[in-house]
Design a protein around this ligand. Structure first.
Ligand code: KDG
Length: 294
C-alpha cells in the first residue's frame, strides 16, 4: 500500500434550503480529514487504506460505501455500541460554522491496538492528524503509537489541523510533541498562532525543528516547505473561495502524492496548492468525483 490514513470520518450534513413546510434540508456527504486525504490519493491512482471505526447505523453504512466507492480500501471496525459521528457545516459569509456530534462515537474508541492492522498493510506512508489526537485519550494513544512505532522506512506524516472545538491550552503541548515525532508535518501559521502563539514561518520552524519536511501554510499567500536548511515558497493560486473546509486535506494529499513519486519539494508544493484550489470552490470537503477526475 502507498498509504494508510487513520482517523475518524463523520456524516457531513450540508444545509440545502428548506422543504415546503419550512423544515431545513441537508445533503449528506463524508467529512473526515484522513479519509479526505485517502480519497484524493485514490483519485490520483494510489493504492490507499482508510483505517477507522464506524457505528452499526445508516451513516456508518453510507460512509463505508461512499469511501469504498472512491477506490479506497476501508479497514474499518463496526462498533455495535457506539454511533457514527455527525457534523454540520453551516457556510456563512463571516466564516463556516462547524458543529460536531462526535462524543463517544465509534471512532473515538480507536486505540493503540489498531496499529497492528495498520502495519499489516506495509504502508509506504502512514497519515494521521491532530484531530484524531484530540477526539479521545485512546485515539491520541493510537496517534502516538503510529508515530513512535512506525517500521523503518515508513514515512510518518502528520497534519496539525487545529480545530477550535477540539484544541486549546489543554492539548497544545501534546499536539506539539506529536508533530515533532513525524517525518512530514503540515501546519498553518494561523494554526500555530492559535495553539502556540507562533506568528511566522520561522517561528513555526523553531517550534517544530525535527521533521524531515515541514510545510507551513500561509493562507491566501501560499505555503513554504522547509527541509535540511533549505526552504521553498509556492504562492497560492487565485481562486474564488466558496467554502474553505477540506482545502488543507487536499493540499496535504496533493503534496504527499508527489512526495511518494520522489518529486522535488517545489513540485509537491505546487501540486498541493492546485488540489487545495479545487476544494475552495465547492461546499463539501472534497469535490464531486467527476469534477476532480476531469
Ligand atoms: O479538514 C476537513 C475536516 O475538518 C473535516 O472533514 C471534518 O475531520 C473533520 C474534523 O474533525 O473537523
Amino acid at each position: 500500500m502507498d498509504a494508510v490514513c487513520v482517523g475518524e470520518t463523520m456524516a457531513l450534513l450540508i444545509p440545502e434550503g428548506t422543504d415546503d413546510t419550512g423544515a431545513p434540508r441537508f445533503r449528506t456527504d463524508i467529512g473526515g480529514t484522513e479519509s479526505n486525504v485517502a480519497v484524493h490519493l485514490s483519485r490520483a491512482g494510489r493504492p490507499v487504506v482508510w483505517r477507522s471505526a464506524l457505528g452499526d447505523d445508516v451513516f456508518g453504512e453510507f460512509l463505508l460505501s461512499r469511501i469504498a466507492g472512491e477506490g479506497v480500501r476501508c479497514s474499518v471496525r463496526t462498533d455495535p455500541r457506539r454511533p457514527t459521528a455527525v457534523y454540520f457545516k453551516e457556510p456563512n459569509p463571516k466564516g463556516t460554522r462547524v458543529r460536531y456530534y462526535r462524543r463517544d462515537s465509534a471512532a473515538s474508541a480507536l486505540g493503540p491496538e489498531d496499529a497492528a492492522d495498520v502495519w499489516g498493510f506495509r504502508p509506504r506512508l502512514v497519515h494521521t492528524t491532530g484531530i484524531t489526537a484530540a477526539i479521545s485519550d485512546t485515539a491520541q494513544a493510537l496517534v502516538a503509537e503510529l508515530l513512535r512505532e512506525a517500521p523503518t522506512g515508513t514515512l510518518r506524516t502528520f497534519d496539525v489541523n487545529f480545530r477550535s472545538a477540539l484544541h486549546g491550552e489543554h492539548n497544545a503541548e501534546t499536539i506539539l510533541s506529536l508533530a515533532r515525532q513525524a517525518d512530514v508535518v503540515f501546519c498553518g501559521v494561523d494554526e500555530a498562532e492559535s495553539l502556540w502563539g507562533a506568528t511566522s514561518v520561522d517561528a513555526v520552524r523553531e517550534l517544530i525543528p525535527t521533521p524531515r519536511v515541514l510545510v507551513v501554510k500561509q493562507g491566501a499567500e501560499g505555503a513554504t516547505a522547509i527541509s535540511g536548511g533549505n526552504s521553498w515558497f509556492e504562492p497560492a493560486p487565485a481562486v474564488e473561495v466558496l467554502e474553505p473546509v477540506g482545502a488543507g486535506d487536499a493540499f496535504a494529499a496533493g503534496f504527499l502524492d508527489r512526495l511518494l513519486a520522489d518529486a522535488p519539494l517545489p513540485d509537491c508544493l505546487a501540486a498541493g496548492a492546485h488540489l487545495a484550489g479545487t476544494v475552495l470552490g465547492v461546499a463539501g470537503d472534497i469535490p464531486p468525483a467527476t469534477s476532480s477526475r476531469a
